[in-house]
Design a protein around this ligand. Structure first.
Ligand code: MF3
Ligand code: CO
Ligand code: CO
Length: 335
């Protein structure tokens, strides 16, 4: 059979297009790493539209519940939070993997400190241990120069609640309880965790504060359920702290984390169940209760403008983990 050049070109182009169309129809698209976030986003849309249907006249365009609303607490909370703010902080699988890798370095830095920390060590030495470890592993210490903060980590001893600035002049001594808070940036992804260390012989009272504070963090993390609420965390943390006669610092709290150091939502360690922002698969946040032996009130150092102390001079403890909310529960990304 004879065909001219034009016909051949046409036929081969036609065949190419046909083959490509069949390929795209039959072969599922390569996972771009955002199935988690897509699922979460569409579920939010569904929740939102259901709610709007049920409460058409009670919720205005900005998802603001009008005063006369008879919606339940849970529904009001859903309405207020299933909005752009929530959507903006949901991570895709690529983001999650990035934070996970950053968390591995952050954990390594804390493990190194755990193996070295002892009485007689000044807090600048701890700072350098963390700084060098993070940098040697390709990361950046997030604290360094963060809003003018002068060091790479925070080291907070006894009555220091948080943001203690490492110094050659601050030396650990027997009986101290110390929080070391490390945050790593790797490839633009943030992982944030802190641990308590007990130096030498610590009093039973101080040891109990450290242990109960750890339980507060763990209970707070257990309270995280996909499609629950941020307030669920604070409610259980507060209950546990009060049960032991301790107070919960209210002026500072946990936070969304991952693409920035501090993202939405603010994670209060006190409050009410079924209130606050929705907890959505793909969200990453920290749980980091600061628990005081005395009153909850804190004061800021007027000289360095960073160090935060308990107002009454009582001991304070803190533990922190970076937590991913999954379809079924949680995954710890840094501890
Ligand atoms: N790592 C702290 C947190 O858990 C923040 C420290 S900010 C700094 O949120 F500037 F003081 F380092
Ligand atoms: Co934090
Ligand atoms: Co931290």
């Amino acid at each position: 059979m004879f065909m001219n050049k034009q016909a051949i070109t046409f036929l081969s182009l036609f065949t190419l297009i046909l083959v490509l169309s069949i390929y795209y129809l039959l072969v599922p698209p390569i996972d771009q790493g955002d199935t988690v976030s897509k699922k979460s986003l569409s579920r939010i849309e569904i929740l939102q539209s259901e709610l709007n249907k049920n409460h058409e006249n009670k919720i205005n365009d900005n998802n603001t519940v009008i005063a006369s609303s008879k919606a339940s607490e849970k529904e009001i909370s859903t309405a207020l939070t299933s909005n752009e703010k929530t959507k903006a902080i949901i991570k895709n699988e690529k983001d999650i993997e990035g934070i996970r890798k950053s968390g591995i370095i952050n954990n390594g830095a804390l493990d190194l400190i755990a193996s070295k920390i002892c009485a007689g060590m000044d807090t600048e030495t701890i700072n350098l241990l963390a700084h060098n470890y993070i940098v040697e592993h390709g990361g950046i210490p997030a604290c360094l120069n963060y809003e003018g903060y002068p060091k790479s980590i925070c080291v907070s001893i006894n009555n220091v609640v948080c943001h203690g600035i490492p110094s050659r002049d601050i030396v650990l001594k027997d009986g101290d309880i110390v929080n070391v808070d490390v945050t790593t940036i790797l490839d633009g992804y943030y992982a944030d965790a802190s641990r308590m260390f007990m130096i030498g012989n610590v009093s039973d009272k101080a040891r109990k504060l450290v242990e109960v504070t750890k339980e507060c963090m763990e209970i707070g993390i257990k309270a995280i359920k996909p499609w629950g609420f941020v307030g669920d965390i604070g409610a259980v943390v507060e209950h546990h702290a009060h049960k032991h006669g301790y107070s919960v610092v209210e002026d500072l709290g946990g936070h969304g984390v991952g693409k920035k150091f501090h993202e939405e939502p603010f994670v209060a360690h006190f409050g009410k169940k079924n209130t606050g922002m929705l907890l959505v698969p793909g969200m990453v946040l920290t749980v980091e209760p600061m628990i005081n032996m005395g009153a909850r009130h804190v004061v800021l150092d007027p000289v360095d403008e960073w160090t935060i102390y308990t107002k009454d001079g009582s001991l304070s403890a803190q533990w922190e983990k970076t937590v991913l909310i999954t379809e079924t529960g949680t995954e710890i990304l840094a501890d």
